[in-house]
Design a protein around this ligand. Structure first.
Ligand code: PEP
Ligand code: MG
Length: 328
């Protein structure tokens, strides 16, 4: 089975009826394998910057960060790299930055930490903008956004970082761009603010891992309730579908970068909903390509309709299982 998928590695992800789906990489964790695949994907849809911060043992300086980001941007150039700003808290801890909370997943996480420490946030934003000079493939993404003020405050800090850099570099004739900025949709409140946020940001990407966790109130890392953590729960599917519809209505480019996009069944349902950009772990790339290249979008849409009409996840899984058997 493995070989069958591997043979697809270098082929383009196009469905039988000619729909090209962009498959991107979730990166930041394992650099040794990531470099091998850069030519077989459409860029990086999620670069988890916190992974490097975790390894480093201390906060890296602005110039260390710049060097690191430039290496990453260069590796995938000219394909886009969506770099997520520091997403610590919850399950992601820095040994050198103590966060003690009763409910870490509902606490000081992601953008909340960055906005409470603008000096760290500005350092990271400046390092990213500088690393992008002369390349232009950087996109910046904000994690765990739940309030409109967080979007506004982040945009203001990006503006400040850009302005200060222009001043600093005024006599160096270096060309710096203000990169596109997007938000992750991983807290349920964000989904209902798309009409407003679509006017403020350039793109969004669904973090289906956290979105599932927060919609179903199930800790994504708790084995005791692992059975209940199910992205195929009809409520999650309906929310994902509604995100695709809102983004299309408000003309906001959208993608998904949670684990669901790397599962063949998940990718099928997402493509049927209208997602054309899926970001996944390296190990999922060839499997998802294999499946998409053997199906018509029209048959995926029939399956989606049936799944969306179910009231429980068990029925959705039954439909998916039958579909996969039917289509080999
Ligand atoms: C997500 O929540 O779906 C996501 C992609 O981010 P992370 O898994 O890093 O929290
Ligand atoms: Mg997340």
């Amino acid at each position: 089975l493995h070989d069958k998928f591997e043979a697809e590695y270098a082929l383009p992800p196009i469905t039988l009826d000619g729909e090209r789906v962009s498959l991107l990489l979730n990166a930041g964790l394992d650099l040794s394998t990531e470099s091998l695949t850069s030519k077989y994907c459409d860029g990086v849809g999620l670069y988890r910057t916190e992974a490097w911060f975790m390894q480093k043992g201390r906060f890296p300086s602005q110039s260390e960060q710049e060097q690191w980001y430039r290496e990453v941007l260069t590796r995938y150039h000219p394909e886009p790299v969506v770099m997520r700003t520091l997403d610590i808290g919850g399950d992601k801890v820095l040994d050198y930055f103590d966060i003690k909370e009763e409910n870490p997943f509902l606490g000081w996480r992601g953008i909340r930490v960055s906005l409470d420490h603008p000096e760290l946030f500005l350092d990271q934003l400046k390092a990213m903008i500088k690393a992008n000079a002369g390349l232009g493939n950087l996109r910046i993404m904000l994690p765990m956004v739940s309030h409109t003020e967080e979007v506004d405050d982040s945009l203001a800090l990006l503006e400040q970082a850009y302005f200060e850099l222009q001043e600093e570099w005024a006599d160096q004739f270096l060309l710096i761009d203000k990169p596109e900025i997007g938000v992750m949709l991983e807290v349920p409140s964000s989904v209902f603010l798309l009409p407003e946020w679509s006017k403020k940001v350039d793109f969004c990407s669904v973090g289906s891992n956290d979105l599932t966790q927060y919609l179903l109130a199930v800790d994504r890392n708790n084995a005791q309730v692992a059975d209940l953590f199910d992205p195929y729960h009809p409520s999650v599917l309906r929310v994902l579908n509604s995100i695709a519809q809102s983004c299309q209505n408000f003309e906001l480019p959208f993608s998904l970068c949670g684990e669901l996009g790397g599962e063949p069944e998940g990718a099928i349902l997402l493509v049927a909903m209208g997602y054309r950009r899926l970001s996944m772990n390296i190990s999922s790339l060839s499997k998802v390509k294999w499946v998409l290249r053997r199906l018509h979008v029209s048959s995926m849409e029939v399956l989606l309709e049936e799944c969306l009409a179910q009231a429980c996840a068990k029925q959705v899984h039954r439909l998916l299982r039958n579909f996969m058997i039917e289509h080999n």
